[in-house]
Design a protein around this ligand. Structure first.
Ligand code: SF4
Length: 342
């Protein structure tokens, strides 16, 4: 199966007005050079929407009293993980707000069970915890950790995440890397108060950290947050930021976020010309809409497993190859190739 051409994607790009076609084409070439036409699928299980933090941009913030809170049991998480296995995806992503009601030991148990019985890679996206907790989960078998910075502007970070500092977040990323996790991070495109130039500087700063995954999604105003009347990030500016990220970190896994996916499958496919990961939600249908970090998330009526299967079909119909196996970091795949040669 041949890699999709730039021409196809530029034609299909709904924004149709990328400010710099040179940047886009270069990013497309690098995507193909590092990842061919492969798209890795990760099944996300959003295991709790409780959160002790109060981030201004997020619908799960603790001050949002209008949200219906849930926390999945171990057996519910296990059922979702089995759906990921049935779909043939190589990775389960366990995601949640920073929920003090989730036991670190319970997470370790479920990670261990998924690793040993389902042989899937496990990514955690559970927020900031003590070093000992990250170590416990790593020892249980967790492969990756996703902890987005959202902005690299210190003052804006402190404003957007009350009580937290950028330094703490960066320290956490370093701890995770020291523990041997594949580490992912990311930024919000068009976060209120952040200029385009500041976003680009943030991408440059993150690229110097050499993340294994780099995520950039558009800001979406949530009605139950202080940023409810701020403008949303557009598809065009997010695609441009993703292209910038691909050029500065060509080896990184770059997901097409669900927030960008709100713009529809044409945009999703356009974004996959520079991105190489999709993460469909496998959270149970009856509660998944409550994981409303932004409005419209998980709002589709299709059953999660059926929708995830539709993603696979969409990929193959559009010249992409669904990735096989865990889809680990490029540096790990590369080091294995070197070992084989030796
Ligand atoms: S962004 Fe994360 S830490 Fe902040 S309120 Fe939302 S779920 Fe909680």
């Amino acid at each position: 199966m041949s890699a999709p051409s730039n021409a196809v994607f530029l034609k299909e790009n709904p924004s149709d007005n990328l400010p710099d076609a040179g940047l886009w084409n270069r990013a497309c070439r690098l995507r193909r050079q590092y990842w061919g036409n492969t798209v890795f699928l990760r099944g996300i299980i959003e295991l709790s929407n409780h959160c002790r933090q109060n981030c201004l941009y997020c619908g799960l913030r603790r001050s949002n009293l209008k949200i219906s809170r849930y926390r999945l049991s171990g057996s519910q998480i296990w059922n979702c993980a089995m759906a990921v296995k049935r779909l043939g995806f190589g990775t389960v992503v366990l995601q949640a707000g920073e929920d003090p009601g989730v036991s670190a030991e319970d997470i370790a148990q479920i990670v261990k069970k998924i690793k040993t019985e389902l042989k899937l890679a496990v990514t955690l996206s559970l927020g900031e915890w003590e070093y000992e907790t990250y170590a416990l989960w790593r020892k249980a078998g967790a492969d990756r950790y996703l902890l987005k910075l959202e902005t690299t502007d210190e003052a804006l970070y402190a404003q957007m995440r009350p009580g937290r500092t950028l330094t703490q977040r960066e320290q956490a990323l370093n701890q995770l890397r020291d523990l041997g996790y594949e580490v992912g991070t990311g930024l919000i495109c068009a976060l209120p108060g952040q200029s385009r130039g500041a976003l680009n500087k943030g991408i440059e700063k993150i690229a110097r950290f050499r993340p294994d995954m780099l995520s950039i999604g558009p800001f979406q105003p949530h009605p139950q947050t202080p940023l409810h009347s701020e403008p949303a990030g557009t598809a065009a500016e997010t695609l441009e930021a993703m292209a910038h990220a691909r050029i500065l970190a060509p080896y990184a896994h770059i997901p097409v976020t669900s927030a960008l996916g709100l713009h529809g499958n044409t945009t999703r496919l356009a974004a996959l010309a520079v991105g190489n990961v999709l993460m469909p939600s496998l959270t149970p249908a009856d509660i998944r809409a409550s994981y409303s970090i932004y409005p419209g998330k998980n709002a589709e009526e299709t059953e999660p497993e059926q929708r995830a299967a539709q993603f696979v079909q969409m990929l193959t119909e559009n010249g992409f190859q669904p990735g096989q196996g865990p889809g680990e970091a490029w540096r790990l795949q590369n080091s294995k190739k070197v070992q084989i040669k030796e």
